[in-house]
Structures are given as structure tokens and as C-alpha cells.
Design a protein around this ligand. Structure first.
Ligand code: LLP
Length: 412
């Protein structure tokens, strides 16, 4: 991983010792490399430089304000799915490069977004067109819209993160799309600007993107024959990353696959990457608290759990767990690395061969995406802190929650 290296046997994050970080900020703690995030973004900019495009970072991936700010500063737009995510973006920049996806937008959400002058609504249902038109009319503001098409292609990913099949709740079916555009065309205060899809996440095989693009191109042509001319095409996010031994297509492969057809199309391209920008720019540092060898299994209980990092419990995601200090040789055993939450699904890694001692600090890699943003307080665990490392220096970007934070909003 770029910017994550062992120096004299100790894991360093962009020049900073992970042991020092664990000592200073405590554990569990999320640590990100700002340079890794920005490099990942630049890889997209470079790959698509020959085409008019806008990268809209998917805020759900990691919505820390410092992350949003650093991406905004290098020109990123944002893909949001809630009023809360838009409010976060507005803390660091304006709404002009925001695209708004999401299946359940309410009149209230839409009003908030219109007042922020967002770039585009990615509309997910015909009824949403009516709601947007009504709110826009009332506010006397034109809403720029794009329809999210469900292209019914198999993204070949975990069923919980596949979104482009007709059995999924997302988008408007390919078959219903033209009717929906024609409906939009006759509604007041709507300006049709684009077409959109997002077929799933952690896609290793990029054929799905190619199939989806073909389906959208068919629709774009059909729309033209109805006098509907679009300005942009949005292909969503979804490019996979390596957690263990996956071999995902690179951003360059992805661009190479799509660019010839996109150039011919002549529309501005929007992309909504999340994981491929953040996952491998972050780790979760956690301390080994209890070792519990049993006749059946060996359990290593660490101070992170499914409350801080739910991906293994929710998707059976396999994430690498590596030592931060390799200076002392240890006897290798097979461990289940688990948290102390009262659920059997509370594991971070199963059957891992490693040498462990109580007090060791481990790093769970790939944790920059869908880590903190999915963390919760289950079992009344204060959420961890977040730290940004930038070229040898580091700073707190979110405080660890205190015990009092747990009941801050409660009323007896
Ligand atoms: N655009 C839309 C409309 C999305 O729904 C998503 C992710 C993205 C973009 C960004 O996709 P990415 O580039 O990150 O694959 N929590 C799951 C992932 C859920 C993804 C949901 N949508 C996980 O931890 O694997």
C-alpha cells in the first residue's frame, strides 16, 4: 500500500510510526493518509483527462469534514444520498458540484438541496419527478435532473452491495426509462440534464460497467429521437480495491475500457467513486486485550469490534489484519480476531495465522472506506477517534467520543 510501510520493523503511515499514533491517540483509532487519498483522486483525474468530466466523491464512504475539505480543495464534487451528507458538504464548500442520489428523497430533502443550488438530482422513481417539480415550482427554482437507470446488469459482487439488478430497489428500469423522461419533459421547473446509473460496489470485474454503458447509450439515442438531448452521463462508483488478494481493474484499465465510447458520445462524464479513493488510504489501529485459546478455537479479543468496523460482520468481508511491530519474533497460531460485543457475528477476522501478545497493536487495513462512516454505539461503545497523517505530520480530525457523549441527547 502506498504510504503504508514498515520502517525498522514498525508500520509507518506516511512517515509516522503507528505505535506513536496509538500511544498518542489511543485505540481503537482510524488513521488516514491524506496523500494516499489525494493520489487516488488524481489517478481518476489523469485517467479521464482527455474527456470533460467531474469526479463526485461518494460522501457515504467516509464523511469526515477534513476528508471532504481536502477533496474539495483539489476540485472534487460530491455524490450525496441524504440531507445530512449535503449539510456536511456545505460545511466545507458550496453545493455547485453536488449530485444527489438516493431512493427516498422527501419534499423537505429536495427543498434543502434546491436551496443549496446543487448540480443535479439523480432521480430514482417517477413519483420523485413529481415531488421535485412541485417543490421547485413552489420555490421558483429550476431543478436539474438526471434519471438513475437500473440497467439490469450483473455486477458480480456481494448481493448486499449489488444495486444494478432489476430485483434491487434502485433506479428506474431500462424499460420504463423513456416514458419517465417524457413525463419529466412536461413537468414545470425541471431541466433534464443527464442519465445515471450505479450498478454496485467492490466490482473486481469491470465488464458490468461496460454492459451498463451500452444500455445507457441505447437509451441516449432513443431519447434523442424524442427530442431529449442530454448534457452528461454519470456512471456511478463501484470500482473495487484489493483487501487481501483481489485483483481489481485499475483506474486506467477502467478508463481505457470506457473512453472510446464516451468520446464518441460527446457528453460530460460524471463518476461517483468512494471505496477506490478511501479504502486503502486508511487503517483501524486496535490493541489486543485478551487472548483466549480454547480446545476448539483460539480467540484474540481486541478493542475494536463490529461497532467500529461492521464490514466483516455484515458482508463477511475479509480484511487484512497486520502487526504494527514486527521486531520481536512470535510463535504463530491460528486466531479468530474478535471484538467484545455480545454477538457471535462480532468478528474482524477468522482463522488468521499470526503471533499475538496482549498489548500488541494491530492494524486492520482497507479501513478508510465504510469504516468510521458505518460505526455505531452498539453495546454503548464510544466511537473511535480519526487521525489524518500528512507527509510526516498528524492531527486529530475527530475526537474520540466520551462516555457522556453516549447519553448526551437522552432525556430521563
Ligand atoms: N454512487 C452511489 C449512488 C452509491 O450508492 C455508491 C455506493 C457509490 C456511488 C460509491 O460506490 P463505491 O465507489 O464506494 O463502490 N458499505 C458497503 C458498500 C456500500 C456501497 C453503497 N453505495 C461496504 O462496506 O462494502
Amino acid at each position: 500500500l502506498p504510504y503504508f510501510d514498515y520502517i525498522d520493523g514498525v508500520l509507518h503511515i506516511d512517515g509516522v510510526s503507528s505505535l506513536e499514533l496509538a500511544k498518542q491517540y489511543g485505540t481503537p483509532s482510524y488513521v488516514y493518509s491524506q496523500r494516499a487519498i489525494l493520489d487516488n483522486y488524481q489517478a481518476y483525474s489523469r485517467a479521464f483527462a482527455s474527456l470533460d468530466h467531474q469526479i463526485c466523491y461518494a460522501v457515504k464512504t467516509n464523511s469526515n469534514l477534513a476528508v471532504l475539505k481536502s477533496l474539495a480543495q483539489i476540485g472534487a464534487g460530491f455524490d450525496i444520498v441524504s440531507k445530512g451528507e449535503l449539510a456536511r458538504v456545505l460545511q466545507v464548500t458550496d453545493g455547485k458540484k453536488v449530485v444527489y442520489s438516493g431512493v427516498g428523497k422527501t419534499a423537505d430533502d429536495i427543498e434543502y438541496a434546491l436551496n443549496a443550488d446543487i448540480c443535479c438530482f439523480n432521480v430514482e422513481a417517477v413519483s420523485e419527478l413529481d415531488t421535485i417539480s412541485q417543490v421547485a415550482t413552489r420555490l421558483n427554482k429550476t431543478a436539474r435532473i438526471s434519471l438513475r437507470i437500473n440497467p439490469d446488469v450483473d455486477a458480480k459482487t456481494h448481493p448486499y452491495i449489488s444495486t444494478g439488478l432489476k430485483s434491487n430497489k434502485f433506479g428506474i428500469s431500462h424499460q420504463a426509462a423513456v416514458q419517465a423522461y417524457l413525463h419529466a419533459k412536461q413537468l414545470p421547473y425541471l431541466q433534464i440534464v443527464g442519465i445515471d446509473c450505479h450498478i454496485g460496489s467492490q466490482l473486481i470485474d469491470i465488464q458490468g460497467f461496460s454492459d451498463a454503458l451500452d444500455k445507457l447509450i441505447e437509451l441516449i439515442d432513443e431519447l434523442k429521437s424524442h427530442g431529449i438531448h442530454l448534457e452528461h452521463i454519470d456512471l456511478g462508483g463501484g470500482l473495487g480495491v484489493r483487501y487481501i488478494d483481489e485483483n481489481p481493474a485499475s483506474v486506467d484499465d477502467f478508463a481505457k475500457l470506457l473512453l472510446p465510447r464516451l468520446r464518441k458520445l460527446g457528453l460530460k462524464l460524471y463518476l461517483e467513486p468512494g471505496r477506490s479513493l478511501l479504502a486503502n488510504a486508511g487503517v483501524l489501529l486496535s490493541r489486543v486485550d485478551v487472548l483466549k485459546p480454547t480446545e476448539f478455537k483460539n480467540f484474540a479479543i481486541i478493542d475494536a469490534s463490529m461497532s467500529e468496523l461492521i464490514r466483516p460482520a455484515l458482508y463477511e468481508a475479509v480484511m487484512a489484519i497486520i502487526p504494527t511491530d514486527t521486531r520481536n519474533a512470535r510463535e504463530i497460531h491460528t486466531w479468530d480476531i474478535v471484538g467484545s460485543v455480545c454477538e457471535s457475528s462480532d468478528f474482524l477476522g477468522k482463522d488468521r495465522a499470526c503471533g499475538l501478545q496482549v498489548g500488541d497493536i494491530l492494524a486492520i487495513t482497507g479501513a478508510g472506506a465504510y469504516g468510521f462512516s458505518m460505526a455505531c454505539n452498539y453495546n454503548s461503545r464510544p466511537r473511535p477517534c480519526e487521525v489524518m497523517v500528512d507527509d510526516g505530520s498528524h492531527r486529530l480530525i475527530r475526537k474520540r467520543e466520551s462516555l457522556a457523549d453516549l447519553w448526551r441527547d437522552e432525556i430521563i
